[in-house]
Write a protein that binds this ligand. Structure first.
Ligand code: TRP
Length: 477
């Protein structure tokens, strides 16, 4: 081994990879996508995508990284030649794009955490109006609810926290921080679920979430489920190639990937179990139908949930609301560090730059790339209303483009394994750390999925996603 750094063992790797997976995707995006797509049926589709497509892609990525012991670019070019290196670069660029807008939303969550815990945000009457002005004025340094409120500063601080952790390296930075944040996150999550299940009308929310209505199954559900599953498991852009490259040959990849997928899926599932009872409780309190509460879209956790915390009263609201946004910040931070590590690993491995310098320079560049997303929420009309993109805002545009990159990345990765590197070489890699792999059913399953199912389904769904994004799905069928 070179001195690139490595995880201390199985648990460290699993926590870090699960930390990468568990993020805003699970807590911010999954519940509102589930709400928009019929609740339980979305959950089923999502699980199907994980079993059929995401698990094999995850195993593939980790084995590429461990076999090559290099960053995303270095791994593809080492195992497949320089041309395939471009696939690694494509992933690195996708990662930079994701981190640029992701850090903006993480900054909002951080701002909300401060506003609820230490300010008097919960006295607000109009949470929708507050969110609108909060995201609109990114430089607002005047005091709002007893605190200075500037998105620019919130997201800058968030990026700096990310950078501080990544400069400390794999074991002392990434692994050590995940060892603290991941267990805390689970504890807070379970605490809030137990509380929300105890509220009046909670079980009506649980029913909506868990009893599938098959008439809701549409092609849109499948497309949203797949995009969400890829994003949530951090697949398709070389994140897990990078983490895999720090994994020892003694560890069992197939079983670790199962634990990582299960950890991520359980957090998404639990996030829904936390949110829907709260929404149905609010409906009960306000004497309205749950469908009248706008659970769709990004405002769910920034508008609807604060309103619910407000209903809980000043003390409890602050405790539950503050813990909720702390949970969101932890989830986001364990993901931003994994996103920043991808370009950093590339520059350290390939260009031999000093890790500390690279981290700070990259963090600054990506922070600056995020500014248009930050300004696209109302501050700059042209960014809020992109003429070439159905009048949507720039943040949505970048987020949609990265979704496309991920499924294409996953499709090309499976083609890389089956047609270039060779599935036999993947087998050899997977057999290290897993004595029974060669005769196992998992091997057969991986062969079928990586040789055929993943390239075909991911290829065709990527095309559907591109057409849907630019032309609208209603026009496709
Ligand atoms: N999976 C994270 C989430 O759900 C986001 C994330 C971190 C990610 N690293 C990634 C997404 C790499 C795609 C690729 O919030």
């Amino acid at each position: 081994m070179t001195n690139r750094g490595n995880f201390s063992g199985r648990i460290g790797f699993i926590l870090a990879a699960a930390g990468s997976a568990v993020g805003l995707g699970n807590i911010w995006r999954f519940p509102y996508l589930a709400g928009e797509n019929g609740g339980a049926i979305f959950l089923l589709v999502y699980l199907g995508c994980i079993l059929l497509l995401c698990y094999p892609v995850m195993v593939g990525e980790i084995s590429i990284g461990r076999a090559a012991n290099s960053d995303a670019y270095g791994s593809y070019s080492k195992l497949g030649g320089k041309k395939w290196g471009y696939l690694g670069l494509f992933g690195i660029i996708a990662g930079i794009m994701i981190l640029s807008f992701y850090n903006v939303v993480a900054g909002w969550a951080f701002g909300y955490f401060l506003h609820i815990s230490f300010g008097d945000l919960l006295n607000e009457q109009d949470f929708g109006g507050f969110f609108g002005s909060f995201v609109n004025d990114i430089l607002n340094v005047s005091s709002v609810h007893g605190l200075a409120s500037s998105n620019l500063i919130f997201s800058l601080v968030f990026m700096m926290l990310t950078a501080v952790i990544v400069t400390r390296g794999i074991q002392k930075g990434i692994e050590a921080s995940n060892r603290i944040m991941m267990p805390t996150l689970y504890i807070i999550l379970i605490g809030i679920i137990l509380y929300s299940l105890s509220l009046p009308n909670a079980f009506s929310g649980v029913r909506f979430y868990l009893i599938p209505d098959f008439s809701e199954l549409k092609i849109q559900t499948v497309v949203d489920g797949l995009k969400q599953a890829f994003f949530s498991l951090s697949l398709g852009m070389g994140g897990l190639i990078t983490y895999g490259s720090y994994l020892s040959k003694k560890e069992n990849i197939t079983s670790s990937a199962m634990v990582i997928s299960a950890a991520d899926t359980s957090v998404a599932f639990f996030a829904g179990l936390m949110v829907f009872p709260l929404v149905h409780f609010l409906a009960f309190k306000l004497h309205i139908d749950p469908t009248e509460i706008g659970t769709s879209g990004p405002p769910l956790i920034f508008v609807v949930l604060p309103q619910i915390f407000h209903e809980m009263g000043p003390v409890l609201g602050r405790i539950i609301g503050g813990s909720f946004f702390l949970l969101v910040c932890f989830a986001a931070l364990t993901s931003t560090i994994s996103l920043l590590e991808v370009p950093v690993a590339y520059l350290v491995d390939q260009k031999k730059y000093n890790r500390k310098h690279v981290v700070w320079v990259m963090a600054l560049i990506i922070f600056i790339c995020g500014i248009p997303s930050m300004m696209s929420q109302g501050m700059v009309a042209a960014l809020n209303n992109l003429t070439f993109y159905k009048g949507q805002d720039f943040l949505t545009f970048i987020s949609d483009m990265s979704d496309i990159c991920l499924t294409i990345g996953g499709c090309l990765m499976s083609i890389f394994i089956s047609r270039r590197w060779g599935i036999k070489n993947m087998d050899t890699e997977l057999a290290q750390g897993n004595d029974r792999y060669m005769t196992s059913g998992v091997r057969k399953y991986l062969h079928v999925t990586i040789n055929w199912i993943a390239p075909i389904l991911l290829g065709s769904l990527s095309i559907v996603i591109i057409l849907e994004k630019f032309f609208g799905i209603e026009n496709l069928i």
